[in-house]
Design a protein around this ligand. Structure first.
Ligand code: PDD
Length: 280
């Protein structure tokens, strides 16, 4: 039986209930976080917690749990149902109130939920995938990890219909990110990714890849690429907590490099896997 942390209790999924007037349900008025756990150890935990705190601050939802509380919740969830490798999903909404009103009342009690689900960490040779270039139709605060993901969902559905595993998004020809991933391109041995601004989620994996690259003397630039520059890049990959590093061979019908996993991408995949807590 799977369990869920809900407002201070660990209970079976089937018993987890929230109000029909929860603002997360009515308005998508909430934020979330996704933390990979390898071999029982949350990876890049502090960075994920700091992003969670920032998301809460940005939308004005009070922080009711600190980092130590979250560590304790992970331990409790894991002992209720031991999983070697898992993904922690955290969702915090502003709380519930009736009648429905866009403007929230002061002093609502946030609804806090968390689950662990099985996560098979990528292993073996990575394959280069196809992505679809689509116009970024999302709001202009993509730096907040908001549960308002309708734009992302619509874009993922469009990409799937085009036979792609993920959309790669652009605004007026400037590449922003994937629908649930950040992007990198390699040109002449240097690594490029979009700058951390309001148009992208400040990915924890993105930051870790930048760190690994710098430590291994790969030149890095935080500068948005144009669509034309993307098409003529030597290598491209997407990254996220659950996909780690996912090489891109094609953007629609445009082959990137030789369409295979490039040498710098492979080097970063190897470094990334070495940096994860030991996992099966
Ligand atoms: N998504 N950009 C967007 C829009 C994302 O949703 C995500 C992650 C990322 C990568 O961030 P990170 O490296 O911190 O996982 C970038 C998570 C995995 C999700 O929505 O499930």
């Amino acid at each position: 039986m799977s369990n869920v942390y809900l407002n201070g209790e660990i209970i079976p999924h089937s018993q987890a209930k929230i109000s029909a007037f929860d603002r997360g349900f009515l308005f998508a008025d909430g934020i979330y976080e996704v933390v990979p756990i390898y071999n029982g150890m949350p990876f890049l935990f502090t960075a994920h917690m700091q992003r969670l705190d920032r998301s809460l601050r940005e939308v004005g939802i009070p922080q009711t749990l600190n980092h130590a509380d979250w560590r304790a919740i992970i331990t409790q969830l894991n002992s209720a149902e031991p999983l070697e490798n898992s993904v922690l999903y955290i969702q915090i909404t502003r709380g519930s109130e009736f009648p429905r009103n866009h403007l929230p009342s002061a002093n609502l009690t946030p609804t806090v939920m968390a689950t662990l689900s099985p996560f098979p960490p990528p292993a073996g040779a990575a394959d280069a995938v196809k992505v679809a270039l689509l116009e970024d139709i999302r709001w202009l605060r993509c730096d907040i990890k908001s549960v308002s993901l309708l734009g992302n969902i619509m874009l993922k559905q469009q990409a799937q219909a085009l036979g792609a595993v993920e959309p790669i998004l652009h605004r007026a020809g400037r590449i922003t990110e994937g629908a649930s991933s950040n992007y990198f391109v390699v040109r002449d041995g240097a690594l490029y990714t979009a700058p951390n601004d309001a148009l992208i989620l400040p990915g924890i994996t993105r930051e870790h890849v930048l760190k690994l690259a710098r430590e291994h003397d790969i030149e890095v630039h935080e500068k948005a690429f144009s669509v034309a520059e993307l098409y003529s890049a030597d290598e491209c990959f997407l990254c996220s907590s659950t996909r780690e590093i996912m090489p891109v061979g094609y953007v629609d019908e445009h082959q990137i490099g030789n369409g295979q996993v490039g040498p710098i991408t492979q080097m970063l995949i190897d470094l990334f896997r070495q940096s994860r807590p030991n996992c099966a």
